[in-house]
Design a protein around this ligand. Structure first.
Ligand code: NAD
Length: 312
């Protein structure tokens, strides 16, 4: 059957391929990658589809104005920028591009881990200041990596860590024995993971119960001088407690692709970022040529599947 043309608002920056794919699949696209919250509330009412990444906050207020909206497409994975329960109440469907950035995010995790343990960004900064500083680092070989959230990204990272000679343990609320056996690792409790890991990778999905998984108490259980790499969400960690642990040397270093506010805008957050044993990248986990193409492809494929499923 011939599909009707659906009006789609793309309210975050996306690869050109996404716009092309939408245009050639019966969507009429309005591309407004820098739209602010107020303008979004004004404009959203005429659209059938809203395509977002993580910048746009799809709040209850936005959804109240979205009279025609049928599908929200998250061109990525985490849906924590969408008021999922309000969307559900209004019968609005949500599709994602799950799996599109697995490889990119896990490669970034490994990069952040090596950058931390060998102080690569710090020593590069020194070299640029004409300071020839031979700081000592630590090897990852034969250390224990603790993965919190052993899903797609956790598994992809674990495969590389295993090849690098690390022992892998993981904490997850869901167990996938098959993939765990494949990397020769084991599931442990959060307490065991905190006590045994030399480097912790936060790769869980933020769900309702997940916030503040690592507060003062949990930081206290960690091995002195261990590292944390976070490519998932900052909400998992209590920021002020982390700041203290970094200053005390309890945590030797923190590398993250996410901050509590994006961009960061409060005092303790900026203080964390300013520390020499902290590395922050501006949420670039999926920011590769390959992942963006995959995001475009998977998002549009899932949108088409959903519109067919609901007969739109
Ligand atoms: P996934 O669904 O394959 O895996 C997530 C895992 O986390 C699952 O195994 C789930 O059971 C587990 N989990 C959920 N809540 C938990 C909790 N409270 N405690 C322990 N484990 C928990 O997802 P994925 O594709 O591997 O992505 C993981 C996360 O990475 C995403 O949700 C997103 O937040 C983040 N991400 C970041 C970027 C980036 O640009 N930095 C890009 C993509 C994804």
């Amino acid at each position: 059957r011939v599909n009707a043309i659906l009006r789609a608002l793309v309210s975050d920056p996306v690869d050109n391929l996404m716009i092309e794919e939408l245009n050639s699949n019966h969507f009429e696209v309005s591309y407004e990658p820098t739209i602010d919250a107020e303008t979004l509330k004004d404009k959203v009412k005429i659209f059938d589809v809203l395509v977002v990444r993580s910048r746009t906050k799809v709040t209850h207020e936005v959804l109240e104005k979205a009279e025609r909206l049928k599908i929200i497409a998250r061109a990525g994975i985490g849906t924590d920028n969408i008021d999922v329960s309000s969307a559900k109440e209004k019968g609005i469907h949500i599709v994602t591009a799950a799996g599109s950035s697995t490889q990119s995010v896990s490669e970034l995790s490994i990069g952040l881990a090596l950058s931390l343990t060998r102080k690569i960004p710090f020593l590069d900064r020194k070299s640029k200041e004409n300071i020839w500083k031979k700081d000592t680092g630590t090897e990852l070989y034969e250390k224990t990596a603790g993965i919190i959230g052993f899903g797609r990204i956790g598994y992809a990272t674990a495969k590389v860590l295993k090849a690098m000679g690390l022992k892998v343990i993981a904490y997850d609320i869901y167990h996938n024995q098959k993939t765990m056996e494949e990397i020769g690792g084991s599931y442990v409790s959060l307490k065991d993971l905190l006590e045994k890991s030399d480097i912790i990778f936060l790769q869980a999905t933020l769900t309702d119960g997940g916030a503040k998984l690592i507060s003062k108490n949990e930081l206290g259980m960690m091995k002195r001088g261990s590292y944390i790499v976070n490519t998932s969400r900052s909400e998992f960690i209590d920021g002020p407690s982390l700041l203290q642990a970094l200053k005390d040397g309890k945590v030797a270093g923190y590398a993250a692709d996410v901050t509590w506010n994006e961009p960061p805008n409060n005092e303790w957050e900026n203080e964390i970022i300013s520390l020499e044993n902290v590395i922050i990248t501006p949420h670039i986990g999926a920011q590769t040529v390959e992942a963006q193409k995959r995001v475009a492809k998977y998002t549009v494929e899932n949108l088409i599947k959903k519109r067919e499923e609901i007969g739109l």
